[in-house]
Design a protein around this ligand. Structure first.
Ligand code: SF4
Length: 463
């Protein structure tokens, strides 16, 4: 089966190799432990003194690590617990982390993007969500019309809770669905009837949430191309504004929960390619636009519109319509970006609480970008977001001669050009319609760290 004429199963198979998702460049596996809380504090102080940065609103990410029950495919940083009192303590520490920021930045910083992720943010009770949002609103100035989103585990929410989310100002919801098939749900220990998701999505629509996203995963145990076709048909009927379709990467040595998945239940590589190919055909056939990198949107969704108009951006949450802005990431294991730095918080609660008890930012690693990193980040993000790089704009911004600076890369692009994935001329690089499905492979050409390190097995597959 082909997705649309030029994207064949053979091409999908050829590019079905591990690669970074480029929610940052350099990617998080390049962060170093020499970057600590003091470096992060310095980046925040520099931001405060920079006139341009002050004018740009901030993005906030808050990580809520708790979940009540374990999904066997999970590769997230989470804590499985039924002890809800843990959330109360965690929120107190989040408050301390915010205070460290406002001590350096003041409380007038505007915010145009907020994302609550996890774990399961809906592990928090309504009252806890209220207190979290009140704390954030006391310390930051949320601009009207921003993107305020939250990840939802359908098993932890009902219509009444949707009212709370609307009242708190969330305008985007992301539902973790993965697969509607009961055998698959049982095999991954996440049973949530389709009817429950359908009625929650209908209730969310009637409450006027601007955008509803559904996450799906292919490659899970007990899935087959036929069973996943049925899930896709249900998703098309559900008609969310956005769909994220991820490939399951079975790495039981790295992610302990995955050891509970029986290897024999996993679909073969051939079945996975077939699921991907059939998914692309089903979703494009149903009128969805392929935004890029696992993401689909209805043609009138802001993300699809931004893609058409060349206004897509990319950050740690994936594609966004908001201009690149600094990202303050709060909570255990969160990754933030301030100016030309990235930073990551401690991954365990103990370490995270300990740093805050001592009045320190809980940053345990990060990176101050070199000039070369900045040039390459600009090229990679232009490819991932606009599918186009104009040599002149990079040359003017970074004072380089593009084709000599990237002589090796331009040579490497010839192969992709011959396959019709990019077109090259004297002015720039254009990712073709066909190449858009493999844009990560195009971006990887410009990744200096991959050129020196070919051990890419730690990344998920590139499509
Ligand atoms: S997949 Fe999500 S809900 Fe499930 S255990 Fe992992 S973080 Fe929690």
């Amino acid at each position: 089966m082909t997705v649309f004429a030029p994207v064949t199963d053979d091409l999908l198979r050829q590019y079905d190799v591990p690669g970074p998702r480029y929610t940052s460049y350099p990617t998080a596996d390049r962060f170093v432990e020499a970057f600590v809380g003091a470096d992060y504090a310095q980046a925040l102080t520099q931001r405060r003194s920079g006139v341009a940065a002050l004018a740009l609103p901030l993005s906030l990410y808050v990580h809520i690590p708790f979940c009540e029950s374990l999904c066997y495919y999970c590769a997230c940083n989470k804590i499985i617990t039924k002890h809800h009192e843990k959330a109360e303590e965690y929120l107190r520490y989040l408050g301390r982390e915010v205070e460290l920021h406002t001590a350096l930045m003041g409380t007038a910083q505007s915010v145009s993007q907020l994302h609550l992720g996890g774990g399961s943010p809906t592990f928090l009770s309504d009252e806890e969500l209220r207190s979290l949002m009140a704390m954030l609103k006391r310390n930051f100035s949320f601009v009207p019309g921003g993107e305020y989103s939250i990840e939802i585990d359908p098993r932890t929410i009902d219509e009444r809770r949707l009212d709370t989310l609307a009242e708190l100002g969330f305008n985007r919801l992301s539902f973790g669905v993965q697969d509607f098939d009961l055998a698959v749900q049982k095999a991954v220990h996440r049973v949530q009837p389709a009817e429950q998701v359908f009625s929650l999505v209908a209730a969310a629509r009637s409450r006027g949430f601007e955008s509803i996203n559904v996450d799906l995963i292919y490659g899970l145990p007990k899935q087959s191309p036929e069973s996943f076709d049925r899930t896709l048909a249900q998703v098309v009927e559900l008609k969310p504004d956005r769909i994220a379709l991820y490939a399951y990467a079975h790495l039981p040595d790295r992610f302990k929960p995955q050891r509970r998945i029986h290897t024999l239940d996993l679909p073969t590589g051939g079945s996975k390619i077939s699921m991907l190919s059939r998914s692309l055909a089903a979703l494009l056939g149903a009128g969805y636009v392929y935004v890029g990198m696992d993401h689909f949107a209805l043609p009138d969704d802001a993300l699809a519109v931004a893609k058409r108009q060349g206004r897509l951006h990319r950050n740690f949450q994936g594609y966004s319509t908001q201009p690149d802005c600094d990202l303050i990431a709060l909570g255990v294991s969160s990754i933030g970006r301030i100016g030309a730095t990235y930073s990551q918080n401690a991954k365990t609660l103990e370490e995270y609480y300990d740093a805050l008890d001592h009045g320190n930012f809980p940053v345990v690693r990060g990176l101050a970008l070199t000039r070369d990193d900045l040039v390459r980040r600009a090229v990679i993000m232009a490819l991932m977001c606009q599918g186009n790089v104009q040599f002149e704009s990079i040359e003017l911004a970074y004072l380089i001669e593009f084709r000599s600076y990237f002589a090796k890369e331009m040579e490497a692009l010839q192969g992709l050009s011959e396959q019709g994935l990019v077109s090259l001329d004297d002015t720039g690089i254009q990712v073709t319609d066909k190449g858009w499905f493999f844009v990560r492979a195009v971006a990887m050409v410009f990744d200096r760290y991959l050129q020196t390190d070919r051990t890419r097995a730690r990344f998920s597959k590139i499509i």
